[in-house]
Write a protein that binds this ligand. Sequence first.
Ligand code: PEP
Length: 256
Amino acid sequence: MRKRMIAGNWKMNNTRPEAVVLTQEIANRVPAAWLDQVDVVIIPPFIDLLPALTVLDFDKNEIAVGAQNCYWEDHGAFTGEVSVPMLKDLGVTYCIVGHSERRGLFGETDEDVNKKVKALIAGGITPIMCCGESLGIRDAGEYIEFVTAQVDAGLAGLDDIDMKNVVVAYEPIWAIGTGRTATPEQAEEVCAAIRAKLADMFGAETAEATRILYGGSMKPENVDGLLAMEDIDGGLIGGASLKSNDFKALIEAATK
Ligand code: PEP
């Protein structure tokens, strides 16, 4: 039985004071008992990590904090980058890797994704590895091959022990921030194909135990249908994670 996960990617939003307010609102609205049913992660920008962690720590709240990116080297002349040991020292427990915005806007390759995934696992932080196709690839009918190739490349060289600390997020690019959600059936088709790919790579038991999230305009109105799908274990949420009421509704849906 896979524990569900709801992770909120704040992207490049919220100054420190805004981050403190949003974190506190989420902490106040999510009863501790829900966290037995669902893992909740907030994923603010780097500068908001410590304020968010401080709020949650003060409240003794079990909501986890993740980063949106990292670099694979531990330290050195890499201006502008943040390493895994730096994140670990703060208390960060998850990190998004290979979000389509990083791939599309900042040139992150499958090889980079793989190096980051390996660095995170070695450093004791759980990667949330994103994959997903563009509208062009979907319309060409090549989305299954494309997404499973991203999974293959991103998780290359890992073993079943490593996979105990990996979360995969399927995020079709055409559904991110567009309001156009994949139907539950569309999302399930790809998430099931990802699980089959994981079974090829790591064996059936590991594939069954690995959490696969859906991301792309998930909101309170469509969450139930998506979470009802067998291979969808939760959500990676962008826009709706910035409103504490909506985020709370998504978390509550995942407890049912
Ligand atoms: C995301 O950026 O990971 C995402 C899913 O965004 P949204 O929910 O806004 O589509």
